[in-house]
Design a protein around this ligand. Structure first.
Ligand code: SF4
Length: 491
């Protein structure tokens, strides 16, 4: 391939790709058809758009630079605004330098003749790649003649609590990165030149590694497919990073390690179960751990939704709000009663959820969750928000016990591949109880189903179908816990 490097126009995103991995930039330009479909892209875009609009709404008097009919118009509008002495915020100001075109989320006059640049993100803190992004924006704007005196990532502030409908003052926090980006701004010209050299050359020969992790790369399947097949049981099945010790010594296959060097008891169990193919199972250990779990036992699981921009008074950005729970109540004779709660009307579900909890969960007996810290945290939040229900909710919190550590201590099947998530454990104890035929298969699906159900554009028939799918999924989760607990304690 012989293309003059200067022929390649670059965007901020492509420069970020290059800084992560030159091969990613090259593939994104020359072999885009190799990229995997990014299933979450649409949802992330929608959240980014909503957050960006909220940031603009907090700056009355700001002017939006439209890219209509094209980006040339945006460049011309930006130039005209700045030359006219515009003294209010500008949204999507557009600049070009050295073939790099950028659109700046927000430019604010700093009152002393310069400008403050803010890049709006839906995250709750700046990420590493945001710093390079910001440096590129500042470099282009300054080279285009705009006095950028300070620059920040404007992200959501997790301390913000919605106090009234639509009152978003204080939703954002500026992490000022002016000094952090100074050196990177100064070297942008070299970075851009190196990116163009990469694009003008052959496909870079770069193997997957830690550089693939920071920013999810949609060429992972292509790059990993080019590697020779790895061992069936890699050392990375040793949990808690136990495989890293061996990888640093060039050992990839669990079957090739020296087991006498394993000092962590969990690593020893995982090793033995993997080598022998025999599950590690302590029935006595599980029975002993659950001996104090009094009947009636309530097997409890929440499904939650978290909005970047809080919708309900008293909630924070990304607060996990329960919109559903399933509770199987098990009597000492093994008989079961199923209770459930689901709110799909789009209103704040917390009061109804809290009332359902205190009504449906018996006033005595253990309340069992899997990874119970999550359920306990949601219960505590409800408790704080509804003090009139605090006594009953605290009684539930006091009785919560956790099936996860019991499972972790008393069961391991090599097909779990180092994980004790319920979705990893369940197929090893109850292969028939699988989720593959369900419409809602995991927590992410449940959140997507909730959002679809509360959308005003969803038909009644579709909402009814989603209602059934969500109830089936959440009920399956508590049923799964009971099946697992019985498996752990029975021969
Ligand atoms: S998967 Fe890794 S090595 Fe391959 S292009 Fe992406 S970042 Fe580069």
């Amino acid at each position: 391939m012989s293309v003059a490097p200067r022929a390649f126009g670059l965007s901020k995103s492509r420069i970020t790709y290059f800084e992560q991995c030159p091969k990613r930039l090259w593939l994104s330009v020359h072999r885009p058809e190799l990229a995997e479909t990014d299933e979450g892209a649409e949802a992330r875009f929608a959240i980014g758009h909503e957050v960006g609009a909220a940031a603009c709404s907090l700056l009355p008097g700001g002017v939006m630079v439209e890219a209509k009919p094209d980006l040339s118009a945006a460049l011309a509008t930006t130039k005209a605004l700045l030359e006219s002495g515009h003294e209010d915020p500008i949204f999507e100001a557009t600049f070009q330098h050295d073939g790099v075109l950028v659109r700046v989320d927000i430019l604010e006059p700093n009152g002393i003749g310069g400008w403050h640049m803010a890049e709006v993100k839906s995250s709750t803190k700046p990420k590493d790649y945001h710093v390079n992004d910001l440096a590129t924006q500042v470099w282009v704007a300054r080279e285009a003649g705009v006095p950028i005196e300070s620059a920040a990532i404007r992200h959501l502030d997790t301390d913000f609590v919605l106090e009234g409908d639509g009152s978003l003052d204080g939703l954002f926090f500026d992490s000022d990165l002016t000094s952090n980006i100074k050196d990177r701004v100064e070297t942008r010209a070299e970075v851009v030149a190196a990116a163009r050299e990469t694009l003008a050359g052959e496909e870079p020969s770069i193997l997957p590694g830690s550089h693939c992790d920071g920013l999810p790369c949609n060429f992972a399947a292509y790059c990993e497919g080019a590697l020779p097949p790895g061992p069936q049981w890699p050392v990375t099945v040793l949990p808690y990073g136990g495989g890293n010790h061996w990888l640093r010594r060039g050992v990839e296959d669990l079957f090739e390690i020296d087991p006498t060097m394993l000092t962590n008891p969990t690593h020893q169990r995982v090793y033995k179960a993997t080598i022998t193919g025999e599950p590690d199972h302590s029935i006595e250990g599980a029975r002993s751990a659950m001996a104090d779990w009094r009947f009636p036992r309530t097997w409890l699981d929440f499904e939650t939704i978290a909005f970047a921009i809080p919708r309900w008074v008293g909630t924070r950005p990304y607060q996990q709000v329960p919109f559903q729970f399933s509770a199987h109540v098990e009597a000492e004779d093994g008989s079961l009663q199923h209770h459930e709660f689901l709110s799909l009307d789009g209103a704040d579900p917390r009061r109804a959820c809290a009332e359902a909890l205190v009504t449906m969960i018996p006033s005595s007996g253990a309340v069992v969750a899997y990874n119970a810290g999550f359920e306990k945290a949601r219960l505590r939040e409800l408790c704080e928000f509804f003090p009139d229900l605090a006594d009953d909710l605290n009684s539930i919190i006091d009785r919560v016990v956790d099936l996860l550590p019991v499972t972790r201590a008393n069961w391991y099947h090599r097909d779990q591949r180092g994980s004790w998530s319920i979705k990893a454990v369940l197929p090893t104890v109850a292969p028939d109880l699988d989720y593959t035929e369900l419409e809602v298969k995991d927590g992410g699906n449940a959140q997507a189903a909730y959002l679809e159900a509360i959308s005003p554009t969803t038909t009644d028939d579709r909402r009814a179908a989603l209602d059934v799918a969500l109830r089936t999924y959440c009920g399956r989760d508590t049923e799964a816990m009971i099946v697992l607990a019985r498996h752990l304690t029975q021969n």
